[in-house]
Design a protein. Structure first.
Length: 106
């Protein structure tokens, strides 16, 4: 399992998260605020609220309404970037077991 099931994210949300979530959705008129590479808004119906900049800043200016596909794409990209950052810092230096060459018998 992944996502909310294995994350501590829910415990880090403020106690008034549901109120904040509704305020953001109403502010954004329940429309997805994600922008494509040309800067155009998605504007599909939104039901999710996510952080613009991933962190624990729950200010209204850092929250946006997203449709499910845009939220999934944003989360996937952020996870990919986090894995790449960990790799750059040298946390994943050991090769995958399937990539280890067998020892030669000399």
């Amino acid at each position: 399992m992944s996502g909310w099931h294995t994350s501590d994210r829910r415990s880090r949300l403020p106690s008034n998260w549901q109120t904040l979530r509704l305020r953001v959705l109403r502010r954004d008129r329940y429309l997805c605020q994600a922008r494509d590479s040309a800067g155009l808004k998605c504007n599909a119906p939104a039901r999710d609220v996510d952080h613009v900049i991933p962190n624990d800043d729950h200010a209204m200016t850092n929250l946006q309404s997203l449709c499910v596909p845009c939220h999934k794409a944003k989360t996937t990209n952020e996870a990919r970037e986090a894995r790449a950052e960990k790799a750059r810092r040298g946390r994943y230096t050991e090769p995958h077991p399937g990539m280890i060459e067998p020892r030669s018998s000399s």
